[in-house]
Every structure is written in structure tokens, then in C-alpha cells.
Design a protein around this ligand. Structure first.
Ligand code: AMP
Ligand code: ZN
Length: 112
């Protein structure tokens, strides 16, 4: 099982902030903003590139839950950013699809 599958199964430690039958969210171990939460599907999908048409509901829930978690954390007041790194040039280091939810500071554009 990959690291994020183990976190979803509570076999690896993480500071979980939200979970339901489809999605788990936990604090990033190396936060890049005052709030930095990773939102993952329980289903092991390696990346956006690996997602299939029948993952439509998985992807939809991932983004909807990222939005509701952002609201629960009060991030919608100042705004926030959702990032999905994909592949080597995209900066993906863990091969289990995850959305970074970043907030609590002004984001810059373009990203590095
Ligand atoms: P990415 O580089 O987009 O694949 O994002 C992977 C993220 O996972 C990075 O921001 C890491 O800091 C984070 N990370 C790696 N291991 C853990 C862990 N055990 N618990 C929480 N976050 C982690
Ligand atoms: Zn996995």
C-alpha cells in the first residue's frame, strides 16, 4: 500500500481534519502556508494522468470536499488555492492523487 493509502487506513500517522467514505483530508507534514491540507480520495488513483472516465465521481467529490473543508476552516473569507501537481515536472512526489488546499496568506502568481 502507498503512503497515502496507509494514512487513509490509519496505518500511518497523520493529523486528519476530515474523513468520509470517499475522501480523507490531513495536514501536510511540510506546510507551505498557514493552512496546508491534503485532500485525497480513498481510492488509490496515482494521479490526474492515471484517472479514468469512471473516476468522474471520485474527482468530483475530491474538489467538492476540498471546497467544504476550506469553508469549515474559514479559508473562503480571504480566499485559498487548490493545487494538483502531476508528474515529475508538475512537482508530484507522492503517487496517490491529492489536492493541496493552501490558505491563510496571499498567494503569488505564477507559481514556482
Ligand atoms: P506532491 O509533491 O504534490 O506530490 O505533494 C506531496 C505532499 O505530501 C508534500 O507537500 C509533502 O510535504 C506531503 N507529505 C509527504 N509525506 C507526508 C506525510 N507522512 N504526512 C503528511 N504529508 C506528507
Ligand atoms: Zn494510494
Amino acid at each position: 500500500m502507498c503512503l497515502f493509502c496507509r494514512i487513509a487506513h490509519r496505518e500511518a500517522k497523520a493529523r486528519i481534519v476530515y474523513e468520509d467514505p470517499d475522501v480523507v483530508a490531513f495536514h501536510d507534514i511540510h506546510p507551505q502556508a498557514p493552512t496546508h491540507v491534503l485532500v485525497i480520495p480513498r481510492k488509490h488513483v496515482a494521479s490526474i494522468d492515471a484517472a479514468q472516465d469512471d473516476d468522474e465521481a471520485v474527482l468530483g467529490k475530491l474538489l467538492l470536499r476540498a471546497g467544504s473543508i476550506a469553508r469549515e476552516l474559514g479559508l473562503q473569507r480571504g480566499g485559498y488555492r487548490i493545487v494538483i501537481n502531476t508528474g515529475e515536472d508538475g512537482g508530484q512526489s507522492v503517487d496517490h492523487l491529492h489536492a493541496h488546499l493552501l490558505g491563510g496568506r496571499r498567494m503569488r502568481w505564477p507559481p514556482g
